[in-house]
Design a protein around this ligand. Sequence first.
Ligand SMILES: Nc1ncnc2c1ncn2[C@@H]1O[C@H](COP(=O)(O)OP(=O)(O)OP(=O)(O)O)[C@@H](O)[C@H]1O
Ligand SMILES: [Mg+2]
Length: 125
Amino acid sequence: MADFNRNGRTVCHLNLQDENIAVSEDRAIVLFRIVQEALTNVTRHAAARRVIIALERTPDACLLEVHDDGCGFDVFATRKRSFGLAGMEERVLMLGGAIDVISSPGAGTMIKVRLPDKWAIENSR
Ligand SMILES: Nc1ncnc2c1ncn2[C@@H]1O[C@H](COP(=O)(O)OP(=O)(O)OP(=O)(O)O)[C@@H](O)[C@H]1O
Ligand SMILES: [Mg+2]
């Protein structure tokens, strides 16, 4: 993130609920990859002034949001044509989570991810 802020025109803010959000290693890796791809997309496509990354946890899940104020895009027209967003979705679904990509031309882009804890998935079976 320091590199991102040094090199680009987009300022990146990080909102953490607290410094020590507990998350399993496999979930942490997926969250990291999603942030990495989302920031790459912001750099390549969004022409945003600002991107905000927020991470918090609920009693049974981790919630990640990456939100930019850039150009946005038509989610339905763009679906599945490239690997970045499709890869995010695949990783999240493998961990029993959910992902929403909310965007429209001119309105910026919001990526919302919910990764439930392993025990929470097992208990809901
Ligand atoms: N933050 C964003 N702002 C504006 N457009 C975006 C944003 N993120 C994605 N897009 C649009 O959605 C498309 C699909 O994104 P995706 O990450 O799947 O593919 P990509 O970045 O084009 O290629 P790659 O496979 O290398 O990731 C992009 O080509 C771009 O048009
Ligand atoms: Mg991409």
